[in-house]
Design a protein around this ligand. Sequence first.
Ligand SMILES: [Zn+2]
Length: 275
Amino acid sequence: MTPLYRRDLLAALSGLAAFGAGTVDAWAKTPARKSVKKPAPRPRPKLIVLDPGHGGKDPGALGARGTREKTVVLLVARELQRQLQAGGRYRVMLTRTSDVFIPLRTRVARAESAKADLFLSLHADSHPDSDVRGASVYTLSEEASDREAAALAARENRADALGSLRLDRQSDSVVRTLVAMAQRGTVNDSRRLAEAMVEAFGRNGVRRLRRTHRRAGFAVLTSAEIPAALVELGYLSNSHDEKMLTVRQHQIHLARVLRAAVDAYFAADSATRKA
Ligand SMILES: [Zn+2]
C-alpha cells in the first residue's frame, strides 16, 4: 500500500466514522425505529409543463355563446396542475398563469430551460361544421396525418404571427427537431403519451374525434428533448362541446382523465426502464 493511498483511505474512513456517529445520534432521537434500514432514495418528482394555449391579444377559438378558448384551457390547466401536485409525484409549471400573450417559441424555451419531463399543450378547437365534436390529441410530424390536422397546425401556429416572429422557417425547424427527437427517442415517447391520452379519454367516457391521435407541424411541440403532445379538449364550434367545456364538473373530469394519462405514461416509462 503506498503511503498516499493509505492516507486517502484513512481520511475516507474517518469521514465515514463521523458520518456514522451522526447517524447513530440521529437515530437515537427516534427510539421507535428498531432496524436501521437505509431508505430507498425518493425519485425526483417529474416536472410537467402545462401550456394553456393562446392568451392576451390571441383569444384562440370562440364559441357561439362567447366562450373563449384561452379562458377555458387556463381553467383546465389550473385544475390539472392542482390534481397532479396533490399526489406529490409531480412538479408542475404553467407557461402562463394569467391572460397574457406568450409566443409559442417562448413557451417551448421555458419548458426546455426548466428541463421538463413532459410538455402538454391544452386547446379547444373550432370547425366550420358545427356537428363536429370530441377531443383529439396531436404530436409533431413533418407530414400532417390529414388535411384537418394540417389546417389546425396552421391555425395554432398563427399565434406566432401575432408576435414578431416569422414563420417561413417553420418547416425547417420541424425537420431539425424531428431528427433530434428520433435520435433521443422523444418521437416514440411523445407517441406513447398521445396514445395514453387517447386511451384514457376512451376509458373515462370523454367523447373523442375519430382517428383521435393525429400528427402535424405544431410550432409549440418543437422541443427535441421533451416528449410533448397537444390536446384539443373539444370543439367550441359545437354547442354541446362548448357548454360542456364551461361546466366546472366537466373541467375537473377532463383534468382527472389527463392526470390518469400522465400517470399511465410514467408507469409504462419506469416499467420499460426496469425491464
Ligand atoms: Zn388553440
